[in-house]
Design a protein around this ligand. Sequence first.
Ligand SMILES: [Fe+2]
Length: 367
Amino acid sequence: MSKVDEITRDSWIMSTFPEWGTWLNEEIENEEVKPGTVAMWWLGCTGIWFKTPGGANITIDLWAGNGKRTHGDGKMKVGHQMANMCGCRNMQPNLRAVPFVIDPFAIKQVDAVLATHYHQDHMSAEYASHVLKSGMTTVDENGNEIPVPFIGPKKSVELWQKWGVPADRCITVKPGDTIKIKDIEIVALDSFDRTCITTTDSQGADREDLHGKCPTDMDDKAVNYLVKTPGGNIYHSGDSHYSIYYAKHGKDYDIDVAFGSYGENPVGMQDKMTSVDILRMAEALRTDVVIPIHYDVWTNFKADPKEIELLYNYKKDVLDYKFHPFIWDVGGKYVYPTDKAKRQYHYRRGFEDCFEEEPNVPYRSVL
Ligand SMILES: [Fe+2]
């Protein structure tokens, strides 16, 4: 058979997806984390991989899904959180705007699977399936070998269990709880994800009526995390909106790096922090570095992170900012504090070994 005869839609998908293959899996596996540092990789959306010198590998919000792939009937479910919030019915055009940089089925070792909340772009059934089937283990505080735990707020744990993760593999956390994993200590903190408050269990016409109900269940639905590592304390704010309570977290904890969910909110929607909010969050948390995330993934919330830099430069002197932003790229690595002085990521450019071999060219001046 000729090449064109052999090719099918399935063969094309298998040969091109996930777009990065196992490139990043291999990079993470091969990374030797130096003492006193922590290595992090951005997996897209709010997905972060942490690796420490003590051999701890944890993920927060690893997700392997996408958004709209067809126009369908052009309608949103009546009880979708965005429909609940703004009273819209037309389908939001949230197409995935970044490649898949990690293959969840090729992950060889992880010590804990964490989720900040249960929205679809923050948890992965594929990853959960792989972790369970692979039989991966870690060690507990006492050095005993245990199966890899799934850690999240109550609603995340419910979703994992609905997918088939055994209850005894799940740890429900609420603000104030701490968990030790090798040389990492995780502190669960308050979330300020008000989109979660408008999220109902049912998304059909029988959705829960939220009118006049005073929400009391944020702690069940979402948490932020402080990840204490040998390289510094990393604050993951999940999909939190802006809150003045960031100032309390900043007083309660020493924060080195803070991730904030940034995006350009469409008119009629308030879901992501703006550039102003990201700077206010960083100032309130008293962090050294703030890193915007989430703005990469949805076409309809895409935002330019350079706007944060622009506004930062405008305000840093008058407000005497003690932090700086770092602009990352999906699939990129950030090592703290090694990369502390860096302001913007760039993918590795390669060709480091140029002219170590004789070029094969007609004559040198062609070069
Ligand atoms: Fe999200």
